[in-house]
Structures are given as structure tokens and as C-alpha cells.
Design a protein around this ligand. Structure first.
Ligand SMILES: Nc1ncnc2c1ncn2[C@@H]1O[C@H](COP(=O)(O)OP(=O)(O)OP(=O)(O)O)[C@@H](O)[C@H]1O
Length: 675
């Protein structure tokens, strides 16, 4: 039936790159994830100083809401269950004293409306100018060094995986960054063991007599690559755009200790903690992403955005809230949500971020509180895995008069480095940390191996570590993921480098199924509205085709309740009772349209049957006619009638089949002869 093929849930923005997968919400229906739980009213408490420094702080249970199975199966109670919050407590202020760097003014209310934020445009403009200047300079320096390649000495891209379009499934995007030799390695005369022949390849020189190992990735950043190159060419911008559109996105760095993971994400040690200007060129992916995120928000004045950030670390298998560690660093629990079928951290602190400065404050605070230690291979080694999450709620006018909310997020994950304890000379506390780090990375590696083995995909041991529990959705769920594999260039690190490259190659094979997360209520109204429109279009088409408008339309169609026209801005404020009524009206409309279309289909079927009968009758009559004709051929009086098919061919030449052709031609020739 045509109805089955109708695309009832059309893309919100057909021009957007995200919507090459328009059927997604039907296949994996909208979920009621990411309830925004922190209440701004509750959070605006604390000392005047803290209130000035950081706008809203709240402890929240980031318990995802009920998973909606499909628009047709959503019960109304699920719709109004909406914003279920839990455990809202107010956080004491002193531990999270943010430094307002640009003296930005207080901004009332939790909404950041497109370009209306006062502090944002200045920052973004400044960044844009700085960015352009840096870009020019970097291009100039590149062309000075250029040896023919467009990204000489810094970047090497393969053509594969460069598409910005989403298919039904999306592979994890894997890029590799090679750090330059450090002073210690240079002093020891460390030799580089890697070559970059192009097309996203890394060749590891395995030593004399051994075959070099070749690995291929989407992009390889050679040692000369700048922080800016990483943002421009790693695909992070695409992830940020997707987070704004409602997808769950993750960027994570993986690699041995000292390979440059933290440097890639947040720059050299101490840069963020010192409160360096966000436009400093050493800043890493995270700060640059924040700036880009606000630029994206500013470019969408049709939408309202609410950003919330949280920052945690997994230290010795314990989850610590980096925004509110407390003196005892009490661990938080990782729980399983049956409804959303994903893991979440209970009581994790989230901070509303109206301005770029708020996000910096979150990063700064978290970086200051995370566990760092020294060992033989890195004086500033991360002793924990950190996960910084920015949730992006977007309220937009999706389809004519309907407003809907999407809930995207971007996670930045700095994994602690794998360690060979002999090389790092770890002992005591550092050794315990190293063992925990290696164990959780081993579980991650095992999950990646299982996930990448498309054929034999069996049990994935996510539950074996906190890290894999929290990354489960990014690795194989409904998210979009970027993996940055960090490696050191020297021969001394070759075995770890090859391990990392193997990990990265496996990860490249993993596919996720990205979906946009929406509020169940909005999604239901939107889908019902679209369904009504689709059914109306089909209805109209059938009416036109069957010429039944006149007598059919009056009774059934016009007697129905008219659909109310609700202002999009008012939809969100509708009381539950009216909302239920609105949904009911749309459901009634759908039912009526379906009934009507079924009737139209049955009329059409009846007409097809009639047509079939008439055709058969015609054929029977023609056959009879041909029989009569063949009898006539034998008759000396009546000339033969051509067969039906011949008639069709020669109808032009012989319009009157009952005319004796011989007689006609004789008459014609005598007439022409006479003339
Ligand atoms: N691309 C780079 N350019 C310049 N310096 C770098 C680069 N990558 C790393 N470094 C420097 O190397 C040192 C180690 O880097 P970093 O701490 O980021 O490693 P890591 O992989 O995070 O290590 P760990 O796993 O132990 O935390 C730092 O001083 C960092 O600034």
C-alpha cells in the first residue's frame, strides 16, 4: 500500500547534511533522553560573588528519561512525564569559583538565544579575526615550506572517510596525530621510526630485515601539524554541528603515555589552569571547539539553545565529579537506565553555560581538580580518564507551526595513556594507577575488537569497566565518534605505537547508528502533524485520481473537527490537559484520514475490478467479431475485416474497415486516372 511507503517523519531541515537519513526517527524513534533537570531557580543561590562568577550551578541526577518506542505506541502518560528531575541540591560555591575573563554581564534566564547573547558576539568575532589571521599565516608558512604537497609536513589525508554525509550507519572516524620529538628524545639522539607516504598512511619502520608495517586512516597529522590543523581537519567541526542538531557525539584521544593526548585536547600542561586567553594558539581541541560551538549557535538565530556542562574523571575505577569533588573525593555511582538503555552517572553536577566564559570556567575547574602525576615518561601524566560533556538543548521551529526540542551532546574524552610500567618506572601509588589505567584500557580494547568484528559480534563486555560503560553509547550506540590516536615518533616507542595504530585500525571498522534525540512530546506532535499532512496529501491525490471530490468530500471529510492552529511559541507553555487534547485531535484526524483513505483505496480497487471485467468483455466481443470476420472472408459478398491488431496499425490508412480495399483502390485509381 502506498501508505506504507510514505515518509511520515521528514527531516527538520532538508538542506542540512544531517538529513540524508530522513527515516531515522521512524526506525529508531525519538527518545525522551536528556531531561534537563537542573532548575535555574534552584541554582541561583550562593554568595553574591559566586553568583557573579558562575551563573547557575546545580547538582542533578542525569537520569535519562523514558525511551520512546515509537510515535504510534507512545501513551499519553509518557508525554507528560516530561521533566522528571531528581535530587536537585544546590552546590556550595567556593569550589567552583570561575574567573570571568571578559567582564561579561549577568544574563538572566537559562536561554541563550542565537545572537542575542551580549558577550558572545565579541568573543566570536575576535576569534574569527584571530582565526583568519592565523589561517593566513599558517598557509603562508606552509607554502614557504611546501614541497609540492598541499599540507607539507603536517597533514596527510586519505580520500576515504572524508564524506560529511551520514548514512544509516556511520563508521567511527579515526585520525592519527604524531607528536614531535621532545627535548629529552632529541638529547638522547632518538631516531624517528615513522614515514608518511601520503593518502592517510603511516609506515612503521620495524627494523632491519623486517617488513615495514603500513596503516591507513582518514587523516594523519604529522609532527608539524598545529592545534588549529587538528580542529580544521579532524572532523570535529562536523561533530559539533551534529551535536547542535541533536546527535550524541564523542571525541576521544587514545595512545600511550606521553604521546600528546592531553596536549591535543587542552594544550601544554597548565595552559588552561592558568586561565590563558581562549585565543592563545596553544589551545587544544576543547577550547577551540567551545568557540566554534558558540559560533554555530550564533549562526542559528531561529533556535534557542541551552548548554549544560559536566566534567568527571575515572580514577582507579572510581567516578569523581571534577566540578564538585569535595574534600573526600567521594565517588559517584554509574547506573543503568532501563528506560533509555544506557549508563549514566548518578548525581553528577551540571553547570548551565550561557556564555563561552562559563564553558571555560568548567574546563578550568575540572583541569585543576583532575589527577595528575609524574613518571619517567611524562612529568604531567594524567592518572585518570576524564570526560567533559557539553549538552546542547535546541528549541526550534521544526515544521511550520510546531516547535520541537532536540538534545545533542559532545563528549571530550582524554584517556589516560597505556603504560609499560618498566619504562615509566612506576611504583606505589603510580603503579596502582597504572594497573587500573591499563586494565580499563584493556577492556576498552576488547570491546573495540568485538565491535569491529562485524561477523562474530558476540557479547560486548561494557560492564567490565566504568570507562566502557560510559563510552558504550559512543562506541556502538546512537552516537557519532571521532577517535584521535596519538603516537610518539621514536623507535624506542615503536611497539606501543604499533599497538595504538592497531587499536585505531580496529576502531575504524566500528559502525554506530546515529539518531537525533528529541523530547517525546515534541516528537509525537511533530510526527502526528506530519502524518496528518502526508495522509491529506495522499487523500488529495486519491480524490483527484478517482474524480470523487464532489460527492465524497462533503460528508466524511468536512464533518471533522478543524485542526487548531497553535503558535509555536505557545506550544511549550500549554498546560498538560490542553496538550493531551491537542494530541487527541491529531490522533482523531489521523484515524479519520486513514479510514477515509482506506475507503478511497477500496473504491479504487472496485474500479480496477470493474475495469478488468470490462476489458475481458471487450476482448470476448473482439474475438467474436474476428470469428464473424473470418466467416465473412470466405463469403464472396463481404470483404475480409482485418484483425484487431492490424486495425490498430493501419487505422490511419484505412479508417473504414468495412470498406472493400480493392474496390476503394479501384475507385481511387479510376478517379485519379480520370483527373
Ligand atoms: N604535538 C605536540 N607539540 C608539542 N608538544 C607536544 C605535542 N604533543 C605532546 N607534546 C608535549 O609532550 C608532553 C606530553 O604530552 P601529554 O601530556 O599531552 O601526553 P599524554 O598522552 O596526555 O600523556 P599521559 O597519558 O601520560 O597523560 C607535554 O609536555 C606536551 O606539551
Amino acid at each position: 500500500m502506498a501508505l506504507k511507503n510514505l515518509q511520515l517523519f521528514r527531516p527538520v531541515n532538508p538542506g542540512s547534511m544531517l538529513y540524508h537519513r530522513p527515516a531515522t526517527p521512524m526506525r529508531a524513534p525519538p527518545t525522551a533522553l536528556s531531561r534537563t533537570i537542573s532548575r535555574s531557580a534552584e541554582t541561583l543561590v550562593g554568595s553574591a560573588k559566586a553568583a557573579k562568577d558562575i551563573k547557575r550551578k546545580a547538582r542533578s541526577t542525569e537520569h535519562p528519561g523514558p525511551l520512546v518506542k515509537g510515535s504510534s505506541s507512545i501513551g499519553l502518560p509518557a508525554l507528560v512525564a516530561g521533566d522528571r528531575g531528581a535530587a536537585h541540591t544546590v552546590r556550595d560555591d567556593e569550589s567552583l569559583r570561575s574567573r570571568s575573563r571578559n567582564g561579561s554581564t549577568e544574563h538572566p534566564g537559562p536561554l541563550v538565544k542565537g545572537s542575542s547573547s551580549t558577550a558572545l558576539p565579541a568573543l566570536v568575532e575576535a576569534d574569527r579575526a584571530a582565526h583568519t589571521a592565523r589561517d593566513d599565516e599558517s598557509l603562508r608558512s606552509r607554502s614557504r615550506n611546501d614541497s609540492g604537497s598541499s599540507r607539507a609536513g603536517s597533514l596527510d589525508r586519505s580520500t576515504r572517510g572524508s564524506s560529511s554525509q551520514l548514512s544509516d550507519e556511520d563508521n567511527i572516524n579515526v585520525v592519527v596525530r604524531v607528536r614531535p620529538l621532545n627535548n629529552k628524545e632529541r638529547g638522547l639522539g632518538g631516531r624517528e621510526a615513522l614515514q608518511f607516504p601520503g593518502k592517510g598512511q603511516v609506515v612503521c619502520d620495524a627494523g632491519p630485515g623486517q617488513k615495514p608495517k603500513v596503516f591507513s586512516y582518514n587523516v594523519v597529522f604529522e609532527p608539524a601539524a598545529t592545534q588549529e590543523d587538528i580542529v580544521e581537519y579532524s572532523g570535529i567541526k562536523r561533530l559539533l554541528e551534529m551535536a547542535v542538531e541533536g546527535f550524541s557525539c564523542t571525541a576521544f584521544c587514545y595512545g600511550q603515555t606521553g604521546s600528546g593526548k592531553t596536549h591535543t585536547l587542552t594544550g601544554p600542561p597548565g595552559l588552561v589552569e592558568k586561565g590563558t586567553s581562549p585565543h592563545a594558539p596553544e589551545h587544544g581541541l576543547v577550547v577551540r571547539s567551545f568557540v566554534h560551538l558558540f559560533r554555530l549557535i550564533r549562526d542559528r538565530p531561529d533556535s534557542h539553545f541551552i548548554l549544560k556542562a559536566s566534567f568527571l574523571e575515572i580514577y582507579n575505577e572510581k567516578v569523581i565529579d571534577l566540578l564538585n569533588p569535595g574534600s573526600a573525593r567521594k565517588p559517584l555511582q554509574v547506573r543503568w537506565s532501563k528506560e533509555s538503555r544506557s549508563f549514566y552517572v548518578e548525581n553528577l553536577f551540571t553547570v548551565d553555560c550561557e556564555e563561552l566564559d562559563d564553558l571555560f570556567a568548567v574546563l578550568e575547574e575540572g583541569m585543576r581538580n583532575r589527577a595528575v602525576g609524574a613518571h619517567a615518561m611524562n612529568a604531567n601524566s594524567s592518572r585518570s580518564h576524564t570526560l567533559l560533556c557539553v549538552r546542547v538543548r535546541r528549541d526550534l521551529r521544526a515544521d511550520g507551526s510546531v516547535t520541537c526540542s532536540t538534545h545533542g551532546k559532545i563528549n571530550f574524552v582524554d584517556l589516560a595513556g597505556s603504560e609499560m610500567t618498566k619504562k615509566t618506572q612506576s611504583s606505589g601509588k603510580t603503579l596502582e594507577e597504572a594497573n587500573n589505567i591499563n586494565r580499563s584500557l584493556m577492556v576498552l580494547g576488547y570491546c573495540i575488537a568485538q565491535l569491529s568484528d562485524g561477523k562474530k559480534r558476540g557479547h560486548i563486555p561494557y560492564r567490565d569497566s566504568k570507562l566502557t560503560k560510559l563510552l558504550a553509547d559512543s562506541l556502538a550506540g546512537n552516537g557519532v565518534t571521532l577517535m584521535i590516536a596519538c603516537i610518539a615518533p621514536t623507535k624506542a616507542n615503536l611497539s606501543e605505537t604499533i599497538n595504538t595504530l592497531r587499536y585505531a585500525s580496529r576502531a575504524k571498522k566500528i559502525k554506530t547508528k546515529p539518531i537525533v534525540k528529541m523530547d517525546a512530546r515534541d516528537a509525537l506532535i511533530l510526527s502526528l502533524k506530519r502524518e496528518v499532512e502526508a495522509l491529506q496529501a495522499e487523500n488529495q491525490h486519491l480524490r483527484t485520481a478517482l474524480h470523487v471530490q464532489t460527492d465524497y468530500s462533503i460528508d466524511a471529510y468536512n464533518n471533522r473537527r478543524p485542526l487548531p492552529q497553535i503558535e509555536p511559541s505557545k506550544l511549550l507553555q500549554l498546560p498538560p490537559a490542553e496538550l493531551v487534547d491537542l494530541v487527541q485531535i491529531h490522533m482523531d484526524e489521523n484515524t479519520a484520514l486513514r479510514r477515509e483513505n482506506t475507503e478511497l483505496f477500496s473504491i479504487r480497487d472496485q474500479m480496477l475490478r470493474d475495469h478488468e471485467l470490462v476489458s475481458r468483455e471487450n476482448e470476448r466481443l473482439l474475438k467474436k467479431l474476428e470469428d464473424v470476420n473470418s466467416v465473412c472472408v470466405r463469403s464472396p459478398i463481404i470483404p475480409a475485416r482485418p484483425t484487431y491488431s492490424e486495425t490498430a496499425q493501419s487505422e490511419k490508412d484505412q479508417p473504414n474497415i468495412w470498406t472493400n480495399p480493392e474496390v476503394t483502390s479501384a475507385n481511387t485509381s479510376s478517379r485519379s486516372g480520370g483527373s
